[in-house]
Design a protein around this ligand. Sequence first.
Ligand code: ATP
Ligand code: MG
Length: 369
Amino acid sequence: MTSDQVTVVLIAACWSLGVGVVGALVGWRIRRAPIRWSAGLIAVVAVGGVVAGVVGTARAMFLSTHDLSVVVLVCGVSGLVSAVFALLLARTLALSARRLRGMAAAVGAGQDVQRPVGDPAEMRAVADELARSSDRLRTAQARERQLEQSRRELVAWVSHDLRTPLAGLRAMAEALDDGVATDPRRYHRQMLTETNRMASMVDDLFELSRIHAGALNLTLQPMVLRDVVSESIAGAAPVATTRGVELGGNVVPDVEVRADAAALSRVVGNLVMNAIRHTPADGVVLVEGHSTADAVELTVSDGCGGIDPDDLESVFEVGWRGTRARTPGPDAGAGLGLAIVRGLVEAHQGTVTVSNHGTGCRFVVRLPA
Ligand SMILES: Nc1ncnc2c1ncn2[C@@H]1O[C@H](COP(=O)(O)OP(=O)(O)OP(=O)(O)O)[C@@H](O)[C@H]1O
Ligand SMILES: [Mg+2]
């Protein structure tokens, strides 16, 4: 490069830089203005920088006035054309931004959002993100509505279920108080049974509310599955004997599981009691346990005659007890046991499923090994 060229480069760079700095300051001042202002500024700074460079160099190089005016004219016309195109581009961006604003408003209002197809990539990315947020919002709202509905149903059912035994208790207490009870001992026994049933129902409700509130305090520790199952079977054996149901266990020795002791025995206990309650006399309830590659599996099979396939998922719902009708017989539970089982198992990162098998149904609990 000759020394003349170096001088030209330096002079042009200084003048253009001056315009660039002024442009940057103006850009900073108008940074909150509509996008077309910034686009216009870019065109003005680009052309202004060229003009300033040309004029500065021409003066230093003693270019003729005629040549200089031609160059400035050419720059001015190109500048005008660039400014028009910059404004057109800005308009496209502004329209795209307006569409995004519309989308955001639709997300807020819970309406369907339509993704723009012809917008620039960045705007489309924002639009896609908005559409995903909208989907997540809808799912969360649907879940919230469902939860609210089941909470309302639960309160209604529980008040119904508590009112009936309470009315019975009051009638018996009044009869005893008036001295008109023909068989006071039977009344006392009956009152005790009802009180126990209500107490266990309130316990279950308390447990469920702790599960739903995420307030469970689980202490996970390694334990031998066979011990937990043996304990539950021993606890349930008298009921099974009374009902003529054969209760058996077949758990592979030494299978260990990491779980909360109280929670796991509640899970096994609830499943075993259900199985006994739904198996006719002379039927068999079998509890099995073994480990697989990545889990410990506990299976409770019974002879209940099968559950209607349409109801297989409903059994885990709070308040479900074989029918949507709320007219429980004397033996009916509150429909809380399996909801508690699922809540406790999921708190252990496990799963519980049910299927029909042979003459009954089979509940399978899988806990991570
Ligand atoms: N082993 C089973 N065999 C057949 N049906 C079952 C079995 N376990 C549960 N069910 C059905 O699922 C319903 C819900 O069971 P769940 O244990 O949640 O409530 P429950 O036994 O009725 O009352 P709770 O356990 O609160 O005393 C039962 O009422 C019954 O209809
Ligand atoms: Mg139950």
